[in-house]
Design a protein around this ligand. Structure first.
Ligand code: PXP
Length: 251
């Protein structure tokens, strides 16, 4: 099989469970090490402004203790920029953040936030951090991402994953068009949010997609069959979908 789609495992919700009791168990760093063993290509963690799951100490330990590339999800704030510059993760994915939301509900409005994003992207890139902007699969947002200097976009797959069976094909078509545009504009294309064993395959089959970031579903599945097994199965779903789309057998 040619280049496989990279799987970034988001460990935020291991920290959510830990924080429910305020102790140290379950440890997101242990989950990250297990993810590496199970076939993850990277670890993703979102340090939210309200620290509701991942903590500053988790980012410190992830930076020190894991061998896989770390993808720090962050809001476009001065505080997060300083933290990113201090830790210098492999990548930073800039996401919109609202205090009251349960999760990252929509993509960044790069068109409206252009003036704020240009210096942020420049500072992160200048520090050697690969910057992605998390956006809805819309042409104007992709064009704006390129205009502010981001080398990568992560397409928000939430609408596709939450769509009814009838609407899902339409949402996948939006993702397909958006992914194709990223290639035309010379951007690297990632995707994530809400992906499951059922929904990850069709996104992995889009030829421009090089990385998927998946968290909540994997941590949920871990309750029933263990984290390692959930990640291994996701790895297989992704590899099979990509190989099928190319008429190959998975490696
Ligand atoms: N990508 C981004 C940018 C996200 O903000 C999130 C959620 O933190 C994910 C991927 C993973 O989403 P989920 O936990 O629904 O798999």
């Amino acid at each position: 099989m040619k280049e496989r789609v990279r799987l970034g495992v988001n460990i935020d919700h291991v920290a959510t469970i830990r924080n429910a009791r305020g102790g140290v168990h379950p440890d997101p760093v242990r989950a990250a090490k297990l993810a590496a063993k199970a076939g993850a290509d990277g670890i993703t963690a979102h340090l939210r402004e309200d620290r509701r799951h991942i903590s500053d100490a988790d980012i410190e330990r992830l930076s020190d203790e894991i061998d896989l590339p770390l993808n720090l999800e962050m809001a476009a704030t001065v505080e997060m920029l300083q933290i990113a510059l201090r830790h210098r993760p492999h990548a930073a994915c800039v996401v919109p953040e609202k205090r009251q939301e349960l999760t990252t509900e929509g993509g960044l409005d790069v068109v409206a936030e252009r003036a704020k994003l240009i210096p942020l992207v420049a500072e992160l890139s200048g520090a050697g951090i690969r910057v992605a902007l998390f956006i809805d699969p819309e042409a104007r947002q992709i064009e704006a991402a390129r205009a502010v200097g981001a080398p990568v976009v992560e397409l928000h797959t939430g609408s596709y994953c939450e769509a009814s069976a009838a609407a899902r094909a339409r949402e996948l078509a939006r993702l397909r068009r958006a992914a194709a545009l990223t290639r035309t504009l010379g951007l690297e294309c990632h995707a994530g949010h809400g992906l499951s064993f059922e929904t990850a395959g069709p996104v992995a089959a889009l030829p421009e997609v090089v990385e998927l970031n998946i968290g909540h579903f994997l941590v949920g599945e871990a309750i029933f069959g263990g984290l390692e097994s959930a990640i291994r199965r996701m790895r297989a779903v992704i590899d099979e979908a990509r190989a099928d789309s190319r008429g190959e057998r998975p490696a």
